[in-house]
Structure formats: C-alpha cells, structure tokens
Design a protein around this ligand. Structure first.
Ligand SMILES: N[C@@H](CCC(=O)N[C@@H](CS)C(=O)NCC(=O)O)C(=O)O
Length: 251
C-alpha cells in the first residue's frame, strides 16, 4: 500500500501509514442458521447448471429442498421458472433471499457458510479459483454445444467437433496447472471447492463421450466421480424417466 510522506521541521521526510478506514460491516440475513432453503433445478440428467448449483450447496453443507422443474409439464415449468428472475435454473431461495445464477449462488454461500471452504483461504488461490470459475461460466461454448451433458448416455467413438478441441485443451491445461500448483487431488487441494463444482459437468461429459485425457486429468475425473455427492446426483439422474430428443443439447 502507498504510504504518505510527512515533513518534519528540519526538512527530513518520514513515511507515515495513512489511517485505515474501518472495514464495512456486512449485514447478515436474519436467523441464518434456521433459514429455510430451496433450490430450483431441472433435469438431473441434462442440466449442467443445476448440477453445479446443487453441488455447491451440498459442499456448503446447506440443508435444502429441491424444487424440480419438470420438462414434461410445460405449464408447471413456466410457473416455477417464473419464480426465478432469470427464468433459469438453478435458483437458490434462502431465508427469503433469492439468488439466481450459479456463480452468485457460490459467492453467496461462501459468505453464509464461511467455514465450508467453498473458496480457497489464500488470496492468490482465491483469485485463481474465481478466474477459472469465470472462464467456465462465460466460456467453452463450443464444448458445451458439441458435448451436451447426458449422464445416461455413453458414446464411445464420438467424433468431437474440431472447435471443441480447443476448449478441451484449455480445460485440461487449467486442471493440470491447478493440480500441480495446489497438490490435488481436487483443483485447489485436498477438498473440493466451487471450482470443482463448476467443472464437474465437464468431467461427466469427458466420460460420456470418451474424451481421451492424460493421466493427471483422468485421475482428476475419477476423483470427481468418486465424490458421494456426485454418486447421489448421478443415481437420481439415472432414475429420471424422460428421454426427450430435444433435450439432447446443452440447456
Ligand atoms: N448463467 C446461468 C446459466 C443457467 C442456465 O443456462 N440454466 C439452464 C439449465 S442448464 C436453464 O435454466 N434453461 C432454461 C430451462 O431449463 O427452461 C447460471 O450460471 O446459472
């Protein structure tokens, strides 16, 4: 931090630290511990953003109800999605506070559950984590279009669209970089955090479409698939009855 120079009578200058203004007091939602929480989700088989939001809430240790938006019933679907200001899933409602958009849910839950370790404690690692979450959130559209999440699917020999190869290259570089920097087995060390939730649907896509990756990335994929939360989600996805042709796309 820059320091101010203060003149002394004899003309010498000494550095003095400017007074710090007190940290702003953040308001906390009332009766947080007892807050009722629910998350609006859609298909567990196809909805990658639902998986990310749900996983973040699980990692936060939040108790919540799932509100499923069924793709089958157009009217019920419209009604439930209207409760989400973006008309998208996931949407978290927690003690009367509504948070839509997966990254915002992650940041909110990190504030509400600071001990859960949703973001790394070290500031540099935290910045790194936010940067790669941002990349996932706003990018990799070729990968998302070419390899839609489909947990029930299994497509050996699937021809990956050339444009998606660049996304795969970048994602695997991100994973290798994190694992070598923070020691693995998760992206930021020994516990899963928001970044792992953001990339979890990429892991399932690599497995669904048999995308060949190196040893480090393959071990990372196995690590994600071994998470009890992932097992729970995938088991529920496999029980979903709808197999709708139009849903075989990123949504
Ligand atoms: N940027 C949003 C993306 C959410 C999104 O695209 N959700 C999809 C499902 S994966 C959605 O709700 N689509 C409309 C629908 O299912 O009717 C986020 O981070 O939450």
């Amino acid at each position: 931090m820059a320091t101010a120079l203060k003149s002394r009578p004899q003309g010498r200058s000494v550095a003095v630290k400017p007074k710090r203004s007190p940290a702003p007091v953040r308001s906390q939602p009332k009766a947080r511990a007892a807050a009722q929480a629910s998350i609006t989700l859609s298909s567990k088989n196809y909805s990658s953003w639902s998986l990310r939001g749900w996983l973040i809430a699980k990692l936060a240790g939040l108790e919540f109800d799932e509100v499923m938006v069924s793709p089958d019933d157009a009217n019920a679907r419209k009604e439930i999605l209207l409760l989400s200001p973006s008309i998208l899933v996931p949407c978290l409602t927690h003690g009367g506070i509504k948070v839509w958009d997966t990254l915002a849910i992650g940041e909110y839950l990190d504030e509400v559950k600071p001990k859960a370790g949703l973001l790394p404690t070290d500031i540099a690692a935290r910045a790194h984590c936010r940067a790669i979450c941002g990349e996932m959130h706003s990018g990799f559209s070729s990968l998302r279009a070419a390899l839609p999440m489909n947990l029930k699917g299994d497509f050996p020999g699937y021809k990956v669209w050339a444009k998606a190869e660049g996304d795969i290259e970048r994602i695997t570089t991100i994973w290798r970089d994190c694992i070598s920097k923070y020691g693995g087995p998760f992206l930021f060390g020994d516990k899963p955090c928001i970044a792992d939730a953001m990339y979890a649907p990429v892991v399932t896509r690599f497995l669904t479409y048999h995308v060949a990756v190196d040893r480090v990335c393959s071990a990372y994929c196995q690590q994600i698939m071994a998470m009890p939360e992932m097992k729970e989600w995938i088991a529920a996805a496999k029980l979903e009855h709808e197999d709708i042709e139009e849903l075989d796309m990123e949504f």
